[in-house]
Design a binder for this molecule. Structure first.
Ligand code: SAM
Length: 299
């Protein structure tokens, strides 16, 4: 006998003709990584909004799904959301999927969800694959907390400026990165965090050439440079948190003090004064001051 869970009841209500928007997670590589519930929903909705029709066609075909599609991507999300609102007003059930993983996580979807919520239609998440969580689950990181960042800025100076803000964070931080920026991204991490911070590089998750490499930033960079092949594909990077006694870290208070002093004083004087006020290491503050100045000049 099948046990009827509250989620089955909820889906059934939808099938009976109640408008709803389903946010459906799809695989990040292996096409079997999709839930039975997701398949049920995708087979029975009136319309599926897809990020790129070409990229979802194979998944939908493989699972025998032939529902009308409309396109929703980062450049048309507002107009697409209006179309979906009209469909919901007509009593239709609509699903949203993106190219891979969970919609609205470093992907379009949040604007649509906001608008649908504002009109009081139900938004029903259908959970499944997500590259960040998939990588974290296999990283062996014992810290129970983590921070998800997603994509870093594409330019090195802006990327370093962003990375500096995580310097003393004790949680692991999860980034997404494109293959053509993987080397320069790790070089920037070395610049900001030093060569010894541990990085988990998770590449091509759930696909044939899945690789999970855990090592120091410097080792990871060498390993990548020695094997061009490892520079291809899709990447999740998990940067381990700062050690509590890491001498290269400075407190938020020292960072703020230094920023404040740098606004009015020459660099060396600002560093000297910041070291006296905060008790932080002078050469660490000097390195940080150089980076802060560099970031300001690039703005
Ligand atoms: N919404 C997706 C999710 O739930 O993970 C993320 C979409 S984002 C546009 C795509 C990025 O996710 C890729 O550039 C890569 O950093 C990461 N990613 C997606 N699939 C991956 C995979 N199979 N292996 C490693 N990283 C992956």
């Amino acid at each position: 006998m099948m046990i009827k869970t509250s989620s089955n009841i909820r889906d059934t209500q939808g099938i009976l003709g109640k408008s709803a928007l389903y946010i459906v997670a799809t695989p990040i590589g292996n096409l079997n990584d999709i839930s039975l519930r997701a398949l049920d929903i995708l087979k029975t909705v009136d319309v599926i909004a897809v990020e790129h029709i070409q990229n979802s066609k194979y998944l939908l075909m493989t699972h025998g799904i032939s529902v009308p599609l409309i396109s929703l991507h980062q450049h048309n999300e507002v107009e697409a959301a209006n179309k979906i609102l009209t469909l919901l007003t007509e009593g239709k059930r609509v699903a949203l999927i993106t190219d891979a993983g969970t919609p609205a996580i470093s992907d379009p979807g949040a604007i649509l969800v906001q608008q649908v919520r504002a009109k009081n239609f139900p938004v029903i998440p259908i959970p499944g694959a997500n590259a960040a969580i998939c990588a974290l689950s296999a990283a062996g990181i014992t810290n129970p907390h983590f921070f998800f960042y997603g994509f870093l800025p594409t330019k090195s100076i802006a990327r370093q400026r962003e990375l500096v803000t995580f310097k003393s964070q004790s949680f692991p931080t999860i980034f997404y990165e494109a293959p053509h920026r993987i080397i320069e991204c790790i070089e920037d991490m070395i610049e900001v965090f030093g060569a010894n911070r541990i990085l988990t590089l998770a590449r091509e998750l759930t696909k044939i050439f899945e690789t999970i490499h855990v090592s120091s930033l410097a080792d990871t960079l060498n390993w990548l440079k020695l094997d061009l092949y490892q520079q291809k594909g899709e990447f999740v990077l998990i940067l381990s948190g700062a050690e509590k006694n890491d001498k290269s870290q400075v407190s938020e208070q020292a960072r703020d003090t230094l920023r404040y002093l740098l606004a009015d004083l020459p660099l060396k004087q600002a560093v000297k004064l910041a070291a006296t006020i905060t008790g932080e290491n002078k050469s660490t503050l000097y390195q940080l001051a150089l980076r802060l100045k560099q970031s300001d000049q690039s703005e």
